[in-house]
Design a protein around this ligand. Structure first.
Ligand code: FE2
Length: 494
């Protein structure tokens, strides 16, 4: 029996819908630019079966992948589950076999022995979706990526990279170098539960692994995202902790610990484990990065950064919580690591006082290069919001996109509407040769008044002008983690 009544998150706008769908020629308001030829793909977390533990993280829900396919001003929509090992086992059993987020010791006894030995079999492919080497794949950081058919979104299976990718895990935030076409990817907890091994790989544009570097983190923590420059790779380590003892005690994988320091590992591209240098400083929370660059002997990183625990479902153990003086929320911040200095500290600047969300995007053609603009979402309290309709989004409504100019010329904003909450924006260039920032911001808005999801399209250089167009779905989409734009030539779209 499927019963979501014990799950406090299964209410209101993000109550599980659990169906696969196809909508031909979606309803549109405004006019979709004909130059938008490609697809917006996104992945949401959605429970196929209710969680075994009501306090579990939504990050432990199944992956539901959606594709909005654009051509000649029209849009077709497809949504399908990622058929992971776990999804198939649950469906066969007709119940949730898997326990807490990344803790196989809490799994059903019928599978526990195998999932403790091979925790990567629990992965859900629910965090990000990307294309590289001619393949489309969905990812979660506790196991291998799953390849999907780009036409139908049917699951092809876990990716192996010809056996040359040896980490048990694969990050949900690989970086693709726009100059070389290489993908820099990694796995942490690479050799098993609570291991501090990190394996970092370079994959060439044909999808072949060309290098592997193995090193150890200063402590075992969430390494959700990295940043690359043309010369270096920056690896942030911050704030969370885990251990085998913790997992065997039946606790959720992560605990926040405000007593831990932040580290930035700086590894030269093409370097080896002995070349990595760790810079240390006060605790920060950096789930995502914007971008990084190397200027002479300095490695400069920009990111949406906070100073407190971002995830209430990963609480601190007694005595390790945030002090009352901690600064809440995220800001656009810049970090500088000086390779010429004998100091292993880093410097920090807050570039804008405006509080923002935890997501950070740029024009992806500038990954590893000197970019001028960053994009994120934020809540503007001065904009009207229909609080009566907020439901289980009360206090969490994100009503605006923002573009920040790193050259110091301010921010510009897009407002989604007084009953709308926005997911992560994605930048789409107007054409392959457009200058940085010339293009569109695309993302999903939850329309709380109509209980439906809408894909919004705004001109990234004229955000205040509002909608260019919207694609209207006649139902709700699950809570998005990440999405990306796939240019038409990327997967042979016509
Ligand atoms: Fe992420």
């Amino acid at each position: 029996m499927v019963d979501f009544s014990r799950d406090p998150t299964a209410r209101g706008f993000f109550a599980p819908e659990r169906f696969e769908s196809r909508v031909y020629d979606c309803e549109v308001t405004g006019e979709i630019p004909k130059s938008l030829n490609g697809a917006f793909v996104r992945v949401a977390t959605e429970w196929l079966y209710p969680p075994r533990y009501p306090h579990d993280s939504i990050f432990n829900a199944d992956g539901l992948v959606a594709m909005f396919r654009f051509r000649n001003g029209i849009v077709d929509f497809t949504e399908r589950w990622v058929h992971t090992v776990r999804w198939k086992n649950d469906l066969a059993a007709r119940r949730q076999l898997y326990g807490l987020y990344r803790n196989p010791f809490t799994d059903d006894p019928s599978i526990r022995e195998e999932t403790i030995a091979k925790p990567y079999l629990r992965t859900l492919a629910n965090t990000n979706i990307l294309t590289h080497g001619g393949k489309l794949f969905a990812m979660k950081e506790d196991g291998p990526p799953y390849e999907l058919d780009p036409e139908t979104l049917a699951t092809r299976g876990p990716m192996t990279f010809g056996g040359k990718y040896r980490s048990e895990t694969f990050s949900a935030h690989p970086k693709i170098d726009p100059v070389s076409g290489e993908m820099i990817c990694y796995g942490y907890e690479a050799t098993g539960l609570a291991s501090n091994a990190i394996f970092l790989y370079t994959v060439n544009r044909a999808g072949e692994v060309t290098s592997e570097v193995r090193f150890e983190a200063p402590y075992v923590s969430m390494i959700h995202d990295i940043a690359i420059t043309q010369k270096h790779i920056v690896i942030p380590v911050f704030g969370f902790e885990t251990s085998l003892a913790r997992l065997k005690a039946g606790k959720i994988h992560w605990a926040w610990n405000a007593k831990l320091p932040t580290y930035f590992g700086v590894l030269p591209r093409g370097g080896d484990a002995k070349d990595i240098r760790w810079f240390k400083g006060p605790l920060r929370e950096m789930v995502h990065t914007f971008n990084a660059r190397t200027e002479g002997e300095k490695v400069i990183l920009e990111a949406p950064v906070g100073e407190s625990n971002p995830f209430p479902f990963f609480p601190a153990d007694p005595g390790n919580g945030d002090p009352p003086t901690v600064k809440r929320g995220w800001h656009v911040r810049r970090y500088t690591m000086d390779l010429a200095s004998r100091s292993d500290g880093f410097t920090e600047e807050i570039l804008y006082s405006q509080p923002i969300g935890a997501f950070g995007r740029i024009d992806d053609r500038y990954i590893s290069l000197d970019n001028r603009y960053v994009y994120t979402q934020f809540t503007d309290p001065a904009r009207p919001f229909d609080e009566a309709r907020a439901g289980n989004l009360r206090g969490r409504v994100t009503n605006c996109y923002a573009r920040f100019d790193l050259h110091g010329h301010g921010m510009s904003t897009y407002f989604a509407g007084d009953t709308h909450s926005l997911g992560e924006p994605v930048f789409v260039p107007r054409s392959a040769t457009s200058p940085e920032g010339d293009g569109y911001l695309i993302g999903i808005a939850s329309n709380l008044a109509e209980m439906r999801s809408e894909l919004v399209i705004a001109d990234a250089a004229r955000l205040e002008a509002g909608d260019v167009a919207r694609v209207i779905l006649p139902f709700r989409l699950g809570s998005q983690v990440h999405g990306n734009w796939l240019a038409g030539d990327h997967l042979a779209f016509t």
